[in-house]
Design a protein around this ligand. Structure first.
Ligand code: ATP
Ligand code: MG
Length: 291
């Protein structure tokens, strides 16, 4: 019995070395896991960098391409207008028609290039907001003037409700006008009879809501969510006869976000659609920095 302590000590040291061995194995395992995690992080970093470069490249490609398209398009437009003005001799009625086709196509292409350039600038973070105080009456009368030539030739009424009792806005009126112009031109495109109505009202004490409602073909509910993405168009017999790229609404959404606001729609097929934009009455720089 006297050797008991020795036994105890032996047992204890066996246990200890087992624990130690286990700890070493555990540490080795942890080291391995750590290295695995580090490797994964490095891979993620590389992928994020690659994605960033791809996105940069896309934005740069879009802006170079759009920029390079403008010069030849400008030449086509001015030569077409020289021909129409018959500065180099008279045109036959058929030739007048053909030159008109050339101008219309060139103008459409030029609009598309402008949209692409805007999108590229937004993606590259190079679009600047220039806020200023302005009156909604002025904005509405500018819109009325802009659409008068189109409305005069259609069966659809364009009604711009007087924006009474609304405060002055401090925001980028050009961007806001571009959003409303896109909404109105869509509504006029997709409405064959009835009216397109533009209104403005206070959403709350900080924000104002602009809405463009039409009595047009409407949009099925399952497509509402995707509609503000690039190149999304709804398949319909009317669509096939109309031109457009599917970039208008995507630009509206991005411009609204740049102004610190949001866009949305309510629409029912066969009844009509309402597209709206809600923006702060006074633009604050941090809205942009947050995003
Ligand atoms: N008021 C509306 N009524 C019915 N459909 C609409 C209306 N506004 C938009 N849409 C649908 O949403 C699609 C996308 O609109 P968006 O303005 O982005 O593109 P687009 O008008 O086809 O082309 P773009 O504006 O680039 O010239 C339209 O093609 C149409 O299918
Ligand atoms: Mg459009």
């Amino acid at each position: 019995m006297t050797d008991l302590p020795v036994n105890d000590a032996l047992e204890e040291s066996a246990e200890l070395s087992q624990v130690r061995a286990e700890a070493t194995a555990l540490r080795a395992e942890l080291d391995e896991t750590n290295q695995g995690v580090l490797a994964l992080y490095a891979e993620l970093d590389t992928q994020a960098e690659e994605l960033r470069q791809a996105s940069d490249l896309k934005s740069r490609f879009l802006s170079y391409m759009s920029h390079e398209f403008r010069t030849p398009l400008g030449s086509i437009l001015s030569i077409a207008s020289l021909l129409t003005d018959e500065l180099d001799g008279p045109l036959s009625p058929e030739q007048h028609k053909q030159v008109a086709f050339v101008s219309t196509a060139a103008r459409e292409l030029s609009d598309m290039v402008d949209d692409l350039l805007d999108l590229a600038k937004i993606e590259a973070g190079r679009i600047s907001i220039s806020p200023a105080w302005f009156d909604m009456f002025d904005l509405f009368s500018a819109l009325r003037g802009m659409f008068r030539p189109i409305v005069d030739t259609t069966a659809v009424d364009l009604i711009l409700e007087e924006p009474v009792g609304l405060p002055k806005l401090y925001t980028d009126d050009k961007k806001l006008a571009q959003i409303l112009r896109n909404f109105i031109s869509n509504s006029l495109k997709f409405t064959q009879r009835g009216e397109v109505r533009v209104s403005a009202r206070l959403e709350n004490e900080r924000e104002v809501r602009f809405a463009v409602s039409d009595t047009g073909i409407g949009i099925p509910a399952e497509l509402h969510a995707a509609l503000f993405e690039d190149f999304v168009q709804v398949d319909s017999p009317l669509q096939k006869r109309l031109r457009g790229t599917g970039l208008g609404l995507s630009l509206c959404k991005r411009f609204a976000e740049l102004l610190g606001g949001r866009v949305g729609l309510e629409s029912e097929p066969g009844v009509g659609s309402t597209f709206y934009v809600v923006i702060p009455i006074a633009f604050a720089q941090e809205h942009v920095d947050e995003s």
